[in-house]
Design a protein around this ligand. Sequence first.
Ligand code: HEC
Length: 481
Amino acid sequence: MAGKLYDWFDTRLKLKPLGQTLLDEPIPGGASWIYVFGSATLFLFCLQATTGMFLALYYVPSPDAAYDTVQFIQQEVQFGWFVRGLHHWGASAVMVAIGLHLLQVYLYGAYKRPREVMWMVGIGLLLLMLTFGFTGYLLPWDQNAYWATQVGTNMVASVPFVGDILVRLLRGGESLGALTLSRFFALHTLFLPSLIVGGILLHLFILRRVGPAGPWNEEEARQRSETFYPRQVYMDAVVMLVLFLVLAVLAGTIEFPLADRADPADHTFTPVPEWYFLFFYQLLKYMSGPLEPLATWGLPILVILGLLLLPFLDRNKERRPRSRPVAVFALTMFLVTIFTLLGISIRDLHALPKVDPSLARGKVLFAQHHCLACHSLHGEGGKVGPDLSYVGDRRTDRDWHIRHLRDPASVSPGSIMPKFPLSDREVNDLASFLLSLKGAAADPTKGALDTEATEYAAVPSVGVAWSCRVCLWAEERKELL
Ligand code: HEC
């Protein structure tokens, strides 16, 4: 049946030669697990495209609506949290896959003649992917998104001569606002996808023209050869399946809550960048003062140029790592530097006081349900209900709060506070927030979220440091703003 259908199409569309070019490509030296990273990257990109399309069904790129629509996706839409989780973890996975792919190509000397153009297109794809990460980070329009993008765009402004123009182009105006958001959304969902699809096709087209490089041992490459189908296709498929399962588990188990809604007036917020930019932020910390412009634009441009021109800088014809001591040494130094910076940065993040995610969600709920219409916090809000600035000192019992929130009159007879339609989790989150409102004696001017280092244990900590949008970030970052 399937065979007949295939024949029917084949007589009309001439599929056989197509199948041959796609599947019968010879791989010198035979199929190998070490070649899977390219396909893995392609697969993850397709996953990002698919989940992104579904997110776009609900997302609205305006400062008034963006935050609410993301929250809606997270809380109301069927499986919205899962699709958003896949998109979030998928973005990180793409970076890892590209990194491994680059590493393999570098170690195997596969960028050397005649594959220089394919390498350069690949570096272009890497830059596009980083731009995807940067533009996507702003879209939820929470505090972290807003202030991290503020830092990022200010770095662009430090480029000499054209910095001002560039940054205005990027923001769509003088400051970061509605135009920036729609601009980033258009870049993230229209410009970048078309560019990257073109780039990917070019990358694959060149691969089909020059063929894969195969093992670094030319002898081995000449002795054995194998077509792409079936073994390499099988290995690629296994990797894709495993990747999807890992991402599904991550999306299903590790949550990354939104921070507060973006507040352009709140300069006290210190943002956390995505983990793949962390090493760079750490570097900026060391390069403060007159050296800073060098770090913000000089070094990135140098690294990008170095990568692009690598096939021409590295004149050594040998592909075996053992015969390329300079290249291997350079790679080792590069990796040691990056991972040391990343390590220090994560350690610093952990040393910072963390906010309990439940407490952070509670704070959001507190704003959403307009509790300040009746209550006040540090002089702000209504006078109908009691001042809640230090309610945690007065009411220390979580059960009391839970019962009170479910039905105020049950513990406080005659109360006019309304019963809010809250889920069990929401009641618990609100209670966490209310319990944290204490410290009247210690510092009468500060709220709990500024002063309290709340301990929590349930969430895997590295995952939180990486994806945590509510952690406080080091004071030093502020200097960039
Ligand atoms: C319509 C006005 C109104 C709104 C809106 C309101 N409250 Fe109340 N709230 C009151 C009043 C009146 C009291 C005092 C009676 C009582 O304890 O129920 C009170 C008491 C409280 C108390 C106990 C304070 C104490 O010192 O004993 C807490 C905690 C509280 N509210 C939390 C909240 C939260 C959280 C929200 C938002 C989800 C909220 N309230 C919204 C009117 C309101």
